[in-house]
Ligand binder design. Structure first.
Ligand code: F3S
Length: 80
């Protein structure tokens, strides 16, 4: 999964960081550091945190690309 922050939408609410500090760091001005450009690869163990951070953003500035199956979903699919 990759996380992308749209710099035209990020207004520095910092809720993404509060929900998922492992994924969304803030820059010196309090904006999501990813808003300065690029995308970050999210480690599988932080994918749920990334989703929580994206949902916490009131500006809907965060896009998650290529979400993989969560361990919980894999477990569900394995059942007959
Ligand atoms: Fe920006 Fe939204 Fe985070 S406005 S700082 S991406 S909560």
């Amino acid at each position: 999964m990759k996380a992308v922050v749209d710099p035209t939408l990020c207004s520095g609410h910092a809720r993404c960081n509060a929900a998922a500090p492992e994924v969304f760091e803030l820059d010196d001005l309090g904006y999501a550091a990813l808003a300065s450009g690029g995308a970050a690869t999210v480690a599988p163990e932080y994918e749920q945190a990334a989703r929580d951070g994206a949902l916490a953003c009131p500006e809907r500035a965060i896009t998650l690309i290529g979400q993989t199956t969560t361990p919980q979903n894999r477990e569900t699919k394995a059942k007959p």
